[in-house]
Write a protein of this length. Sequence first.
Length: 512
Amino acid sequence: MSFQEVTAIAPPGDSGPDRSVVRFAFENTYARLPERFYVRLDPTPVAAPRLVRVNRELALILGLNADVLGSPDSVEILAGNRVAEGSEPLAQAYAGHQFGHFVPQLGDGRAILLGEVMGRDRVRYDIQLKGSGPTRFSRGGDGRAALGPVLREYIVSEAMAALGVPTTRALAAVTTGEHVWREAPLPGAVLTRVAASHLRVGTFEYFAAQRDTEATRILADFAIARHYPEAADAKQPYRALLDGVIARQAQLIAQWLLLGFIHGVMNTDNTSISGETIDYGPCAFMEAYDPATVFSSIDHHGRYAYGNQPRVALWNLARLAEALLPVLVQEAGSEDAALASAQEALAAFEPQFMAARSAGFYRKLGLFTERAGDGALAEDLLERMAANRADFTLTFRRLCDAAAGPEGDGGVRALFADPGAYDAWATGWRRRLDEEPVEERAAAMRKTNPIFIPRNHMVEAALNAAMREQDFQPFEELLDVVSNPYEDRPDRERYITPARPEECVTQTFCGT
């Protein structure tokens, strides 16, 4: 059966007498939790919703008919003007450490969870509207989102999905026909976001701060059932939950670093229990390699710089362990035993992260069997890249050609301010490659070293065209290339090129 034939099938959720409106077949479990976990409310209607885009691939996974999802009646749901059948809209409560400072109540200030659906892959997904109006947690904000940040999250989250990184995804984007007021009036929009769940480290912190052990236990049981069912059979299920979150975060942060990705705001309320990348605000992909790179306009001291992300992730996980401590004490039998258990769990983060990072860099270099000295070889390259301002993505992509023979060195050398720095490293690399099987080496490297990333200047150009001229073609073209990041496309060469000095975008901003 072809892909076209599959997409033509009307999923069960879209059958029935009214085929003009999407039917999500909601099965809501979070709404069954005690009401101190959330606030029930409907989205705030907007003036004139208009569809920007529907993610047809994701709609298929969710068992939705993309054509129906893009219908005028369905757009009313995606904009918040109409509540879908079976939806139980709510804003989730959570707390969080923001730049190291604890805020006891944050919550969904501009997002509303519509409900949960079971995908065709038998995975349960949250369906959430971002920019859907104020909630009790808005803290004086308008609860709205501007078009630019909505499109940024759409582009970057879909790029991450295509790169194989666990992530929330964008199901649809709509404009509202209204303006939001930031530094200036901006066109408004709503993003329909899909996530394995929206449980955060900050969700646990919220109840820990209130010393609500009962709620902590309920939440932990919910997280186990939703994301770590194997933990339910463990001798100490809550310790197993902590172990599971730590392992997934170690893998996730390693994947970020292997792609040059910088999240921008790694607060505990932006750290997902499921191990997905969540909340794309001032995020960016690094061009010239520098571990100190920061893009967020509000990160004045580099707390969330590229190279600091593993350290921050561990700090965030320590806050999760603290929040879980009351149930860990009950499980372990004493506070001392619980503290020792939590510390043991946290100590596993660094070796898991380092193993994932090292294995990833070895693959990027075409080394498929680990040998003594491989770690030093990889670190030596990174140091030379940093000293020479070499583009992170292009360096590793062009190494795919260089791995086939010295005739491919020219493309890599051109990225180094001092080409001799690459030459000196490549000599040792070639000796190491001689110990590896040659067959399919370059092809395998091309599957782990992308050619396309959402380069910051290209993202900004696409957002500006959409916001200023209502021209969505640059957005569509950029989304097209980053959705196929490993595929050579000579007709899209301009998306590969790093920014010229006058094109550089050095700051990104929170917005959705």
